[in-house]
Design a protein around this ligand. Structure first.
Ligand SMILES: Nc1ncnc2c1ncn2[C@@H]1O[C@H](COP(=O)(O)OP(=O)(O)OP(=O)(O)O)[C@@H](O)[C@H]1O
Ligand SMILES: [Mg+2]
Length: 218
């Protein structure tokens, strides 16, 4: 240390011979724990117990090529369209699917957004590269697009949804989509080009039953 620096530190009441404190030891964190931290608290314990969803997860896990650490990575695969009225557990099953893959040891980069948040995130604004964010979501190995068709639409949102879905369609990227809308309404809301691609790329899973949020616990 130079004399000048030593003098400055001493003048400020700092000990020039002191070394920086070592960082506190970190607990080892598993991939599942790391992923769980990004999952909204309500769905952090979600289990995908629907047979079509567990079958999808098994298929995706099997198709994964081994990554750098030897664990299978996610690659091309089918997508799911989870359809049903409000409160039937669509988002629960979708996060459950992500958790199932992680528990099966699949190395997984994933993103989740509702369509309303997607529109807000990608709205052009100064100092924000919306195009880059769209590309990030479009190329992400696994994407959860929650509540598709529930947000207010415009020509701009239609184009955005088309570009996102079309990229995932063309590259066979696994996508978990949830919606309240039946097929005919999905077509009117999202446009025929998006609906047509969804029909080909997704397996439909229909959830029925009462609104679980209003279920009488008694
Ligand atoms: N299989 C399940 N086991 C336990 N709780 C569940 C299950 N499925 C859903 N729930 C709970 O029921 C509530 C509604 O579920 P969820 O949010 O997934 O519904 P949704 O179909 O996505 O509704 P919306 O269409 O309004 O978004 C949540 O509190 C969720 O944690
Ligand atoms: Mg939901």
């Amino acid at each position: 240390m130079t004399d000048r620096l030593e003098a400055i530190l001493t003048a400020r009441g700092l000990d020039p011979t002191a070394t920086a404190a070592p960082p506190p030891p970190e607990e080892p964190v598993s991939a599942v724990e790391l992923a769980d931290r990004r999952i909204p608290a309500r769905y952090r314990g979600a289990l995908a117990d629907h047979p079509q969803i567990t079958a999808w997860a098994t298929q995706i896990a099997r198709a994964g090529r081994p990554g750098p650490g030897g664990a299978p990575g996610i690659c091309e695969g089918g997508s799911l369209l989870i359809v049903g009225p409000t409160g039937t557990g669509k988002t629960h099953q979708a996060y459950g699917a992500i958790r199932t893959l992680l528990h099966q040891g699949v190395r997984l980069r994933w993103e989740a957004t509702t369509s309303a948040d997607l529109h807000a995130r990608l709205r052009p604004r100064t100092g924000h590269d919306s195009e880059r964010e769209l590309q990030m979501l479009a190329r992400c190995p696994l994407l959860l697009l929650d509540d598709l068709g529930a947000a207010k639409t415009s020509e701009w949102t239609e184009e955005l949804t088309y570009r996102l879905i079309n990229h995932r369609y063309e590259h066979l990227l696994p996508t978990l989509i949830t919606t309240n809308l039946p097929t005919a309404e999905l077509r009117t809301t999202l446009g025929d080009r998006v609906a047509s691609r969804l029909a080909e790329m997704t397996e439909r899973i229909i959830l029925t039953g009462p609104d679980r949020r209003r279920e009488d616990p008694a």
